[in-house]
Write a protein that binds this ligand. Structure first.
Ligand SMILES: Cc1cc2nc3c(=O)[nH]c(=O)nc-3n(C[C@H](O)[C@H](O)[C@H](O)COP(=O)(O)O)c2cc1C
Length: 190
């Protein structure tokens, strides 16, 4: 298998003056530097999703789900809002079904004291329902504003880069294994 694995990273925060784009762009740079994946960055704030679940998908929904369909692996960059994921992120995840199936998901989380890890724990339940496999190790920033204020990066860059490497190593293993398995037999549900 010589083709590079495709990784779609989702920036899950849409808040004005958010940190999500800073954390997401930092992660994208780290992932590109490591070079194991062909990366596409999907910003949930840029997706023109309807607020209701429509019977027929709009062009924006189709464009979003076709990006997910092409990916071999995902990373979700999520803050913690009230001990969970942002509503916009959940709404975006809910637009797709089989596009998530039998693929691995890693996390970069951030927030206040818990570093977004409570949002990650909820996301693990969501992705289990979507037949996706979440990798154990995550990248996490508590007190995110202390790391990414004024365009700065992580306070301990070596440690944070190491966490990305560990998470992407696990993601790559699962992406290879599941891509091979999907090519041998379609993943069916039920
Ligand atoms: C609506 C809302 C709820 C929040 N709830 C939590 C929380 O439960 N735990 C926490 O550690 N931080 C919480 N925070 C702090 C955020 O994690 C922090 O502000 C982070 O920067 C938000 O991500 P964003 O800047 O990309 O929007 C909350 C922030 C908002 C806006």
């Amino acid at each position: 298998m010589t083709e590079r694995l495709k990784l779609a990273a989702l920036i899950g925060s849409t808040r004005e003056r958010r940190y999500g784009d800073k954390v997401g762009n930092w992660f994208a740079q780290e992932a590109q530097r490591l070079g194991d994946f062909e990366l596409s960055l999907i910003d949930v704030a840029d997706i023109d999703l309807p607020s209701r679940h429509l019977a027929e998908p709009t062009p924006a929904m189709k464009a979003f789900t076709s990006k997910l369909a092409k990916a071999d692996a995902f990373v979700v960059v999520t803050p913690e809002y009230n001990h969970s994921m942002p509503g916009h992120l959940k709404h975006a995840i809910d637009q797709a079904t089989e596009e998530w199936h039998a693929k691995p998901v890693g996390f970069v989380s951030y927030g206040g004291v818990s570093g977004g890890l409570r949002a990650v724990e909820h996301l693990r339940q969501v992705f289990a329902e979507l037949h996706a496999v979440t990798v154990r190790d995550a990248v996490s920033f508590h007190g995110v504003w202390e790391h990414f204020a004024d365009g700065a990066g992580p306070l301990d860059p070596k440690r944070s880069s190491g966490a990305v490497k560990t998470m992407l190593h696990q993601l790559k293993w699962w992406a290879l294994a599941l891509k091979e398995a999907r090519s041998r037999a379609p993943y069916t549900v039920g």
